[in-house]
Design a binder for this molecule. Structure first.
Ligand code: HEC
Ligand code: HEC
Length: 335
């Protein structure tokens, strides 16, 4: 298999360490940690399951911080029970489990999924999913029926612990909160032949600090922050860009319409425009990394919730390239 992302992971530790020594990011310097063993990916979709590149440590923000279009001054660092809410006017009042959660296991939903439910590539957007669907997923996590095919990626494991420890009442409150939010365009999908060299930090692809070198995109989607600094501050208005291979959107559209040998069109269950139908989740405009992870997790039965059997025939014959194309196309749709 020729995934060029793989190169980053298999690079000799020594070379990687030396390369990282000279990296800088704006004023900040990427510090060098103890050399760690290179990670061997557990799935063919390395690009969808971001596993941190050993030795890359972006400096954490400390002290009073600001983001554009917010009058607030928030003090960092913040823990997972006090996520920043830069734009309170963008959403209704958050129930306690969303705003702050409770120690030790139930971290604030808003820390990862953001107060407006738009989410990040390493987790999932929740805005506008039906309350029944959200509750069913929490029940599946509780019953250990949703796992990740990539055990080295820790956010999905954290989500399992959260599902396990969320009470029925909290699940109800969180579900109705996120179901009531309006999903909005969040990912700019760009077809391209070449992409910036990348590393994975915070389970997310970011341009390799200190270099402007480009490399072929190959068989990958690379989803990254439009503005790394704002994303690091968890600014819920700072969105993402996804670079996808040339031609993948058209190929994905064909597959999604049932013209690629798949049993039925996705819209049969996910609704016209793939914006969801009853409890079946909306897909349009969501993170391509997340979508591809779910297709692969469903195919490999790492995800086998109560409703997952409805997807069994759909994913059975998909190749990693099919999953990439479907993810590129669906992410490009208006949410
Ligand atoms: C530590 C980060 C983190 C926190 C905090 C968190 N989640 Fe998640 N959540 C995730 C990740 C990561 C995934 C996606 C896992 C994957 O890729 O398979 C996820 C997925 C989900 C999904 C599945 C979405 C879908 O479309 O199927 C739901 C529902 C969900 N979370 C609800 C919640 C709720 C409710 C809370 C608060 C009680 C919460 N999460 C807190 C990280 C988090
Ligand atoms: C027969 C009905 C049906 C068809 C056809 C179908 N889906 Fe699904 N899909 C579902 C259901 C139901 C779920 C929720 C599964 C679960 O809860 O585990 C789902 C879940 C998903 C998810 C995970 C969403 C999330 O929020 O985690 C993705 C991605 C997905 N489908 C993609 C597709 C694509 C792409 C197609 C077409 C190629 C398709 N589906 C066709 C019923 C269907």
């Amino acid at each position: 298999m020729n995934y060029s992302g793989f190169r980053i992971f298999t690079m000799q530790t020594r070379t990687l360490s030396l390369a990282l020594l000279s990296l800088t990011l704006g004023a900040a310097t990427a510090a060098l940690a103890q050399p760690a063993a290179p990670v061997q990916p557990q799935t063919p979709l390395t690009w969808a399951y971001g596993v941190n590149t050993p030795g890359v440590n972006l400096p954490a923000a400390t002290g009073p911080q600001h983001v554009p279009d917010s009058k607030l001054e928030l003090v960092f660092p913040r823990d997972r029970f006090s996520p920043p809410d830069w734009h309170p006017e963008d959403h209704p009042a958050m129930p306690p489990v969303v705003a702050s959660g409770h120690a030790p296991q139930v971290m604030a939903c808003a820390y990862c999924h953001l107060p407006n439910g738009q989410g990040r590539p390493e987790n999932a957007s929740l805005a506008g999913l039906s309350a029944d669907y959200i509750k069913q997923q929490l029940a599946d996590y509780r019953a250990s029926l949703r796992k990740s095919a990539e055990p080295q990626m820790s956010p999905p494991s954290l989500m399992q612990a959260i599902g396990l420890n969320t009470t029925a009442e909290e699940a109800e409150q969180a579900a109705s909160y996120f179901a009531g939010l309006q999903p909005r365009r969040w990912i700019r999908v760009v077809e391209t032949a070449s992409v910036p060299e990348t590393v994975v930090s915070g389970w997310m692809y970011i341009p390799k600090p200190g270099t402007a070198v480009k490399e072929p995109i190959a068989n990958r989607i690379l989803e990254m922050p439009e503005n790394l600094e704002r994303t690091e501050l968890r600014d819920s208005r700072s969105s993402f860009v996804a670079y996808v291979p040339v031609g993948s959107i058209a190929r994905g559209k064909q597959l999604a319409n049932g013209n690629g040998g798949l049993a039925s069109a996705c819209s049969a269950c996910h609704g016209a425009d793939l914006r969801g139908l009853g409890p079946v989740p909306r897909l349009a405009g969501r993170s391509p990394s997340y979508l591809a992870r779910q297709l692969y997790d469903l195919q490999t039965s790492n995800r086998k919730g109560l409703w997952s059997p409805l997807m069994t025939a759909v994913v059975a014959k998909l190749t990693p390239e099919d999953m990439l194309a479907l993810a590129a196309y669906i992410a490009s749709l208006e949410p």
